[in-house]
Ligand binder design. Structure first.
Ligand SMILES: *Cc1c(COP(=O)(O)O)cnc(C)c1O
Length: 355
């Protein structure tokens, strides 16, 4: 018998979630964000399922080249642009679009002799203060790009810091709109949270990430309430059973101690698989069709679950760590993180099955 841990990737859920993005932003083209190996789901697998998207956004040239070589003809955007001038010939050859967020990148483009023009997304720092030109520097940057022989279409872009929070997008959107109004350029602003909550921020290209994978970007709204379907379901099984006596402990550090006699199941999944080691006792887990909780510390290859009230559970009983029936956001919340981190952290050693 092989180790029972497996990640199931539901391709029809991916397509469904793309449809949800389109319902919210019917006038916009979709740039499906598939960085970080498609948020842990497999970049090419996700791209194939989402081939109806008008574009894909990735982090680096290697990912973009792999997409082109796999036959995708859509716009492919490098979210941080190129990092050095020696990447520019590859951008030209593979027709990659580049975010431009700093003057150094503009200088490199001005110096480059390229056979074709590079499409660029000029990034405004509208308040997040991570990447991008400050408002007072944007127009000059745009003019230099428009004058550069190596540059093709320029789209104006910004990224929201608080679209998923109470603060919202108002100040950043006002900043962007005050500059973009009167400039004849396409626009791209919205991540998943802005797609779902701020139609005034949709623009020409929306950039959904987490919603495509079926997870809610909001702490105060479940994925189901947004009509999003989970794409990744991480399942395993019980591989060991222990009967704890009162006062006995389980796992490293003896971090959980039984207050009365109880049955404990040992599950084949640990932090080397991407399960968060910081998940404390009480993190939700689905065991043999019932909601239960983890106990004690997560080990490298195993974790422990409470079998109290699940008398039918034994060796081989199915366990769902997250996904169908147990939203990944709930596991993330218990572990003090967000669903993005759990999905991205799925380890390469976990076998994947497409369903
Ligand atoms: C990752 C990313 C997105 C997608 O964000 P989600 O919250 O996952 O929808 C959009 N735009 C940029 C610039 C990003 O880096």
């Amino acid at each position: 018998m092989t180790r029972p841990l497996q990640a199931q990737i539901d391709l029809s859920a991916l397509r469904h979630n793309l449809g949800v993005a389109r319902v919210h932003a019917p006038q916009s083209k979709v740039m499906a964000v598939i960085k970080a190996n498609g948020y842990g789901h497999g970049m090419l697998r996700v791209a194939r399922a989402l081939e109806a998207a008008e574009g894909f956004a990735v982090l680096n040239v290697d990912e973009a080249m792999a997409l082109r070589e796999a036959g995708f003809n859509q716009t492919i955007l490098l979210l941080e642009g190129f990092f050095s001038a020696d990447e520019l010939p590859i951008l030209a050859e593979y027709r990659l679009a580049s975010v431009i967020h700093c003057l150094e990148q503009i200088e490199m483009l001005e110096m480059a002799g390229l056979p074709v023009k590079i499409e660029v997304f000029l990034k405004l720092n509208s308040g997040m203060n991570r990447l991008g030109f400050r408002p007072e520097a944007l127009v000059a940057a745009l003019q230099r790009l428009q004058a550069a022989r190596a540059v093709g279409r320029v789209t104006l872009m910004t990224h929201f810091a608080c679209a998923d929070e109470a603060q919202g997008v108002a100040a950043q959107l006002a900043c962007f709109d005050s500059l973009a109004t009167g400039l004849d350029a396409p626009r791209s602003l919205a991540n998943s949270a802005a797609i779902l909550r701020y139609p005034q921020a949709h623009g020409d290209w929306v950039r959904p990430g987490i919603m495509l994978y079926g997870s809610s970007p909001f702490a105060d709204a479940s994925a189901a309430s947004l009509d999003l379907k989970p794409v990744m379901t991480l399942t395993s099984a019980i591989i060991g059973l222990q009967e704890l006596q009162t006062g006995e402990a389980v796992g490293y550090g003896a971090a959980f101690r039984a207050e009365h006699p109880m049955r404990v199941g040992i599950v084949a999944c640990g932090y080397a698989d991407g399960y968060p080691r910081h998940a404390p006792t009480g993190t939700p887990v689905f065991v043999n069709g019932q909601l239960s909780r983890t106990l004690g510390r997560v080990s490298m290859d195993m974790l422990c679950v409470d079998l109290t009230g699940i008398p039918g559970a034994g060796i081989g009983s199915p366990v769902t760590l997250w996904g169908e029936g147990l939203p990944v956001e709930e596991v993330a919340r218990a572990a003090g993180t967000i669903s993005y981190e759990l999905l991205c952290a799925l380890a390469p050693r976990v076998p994947v099955a497409e369903v």
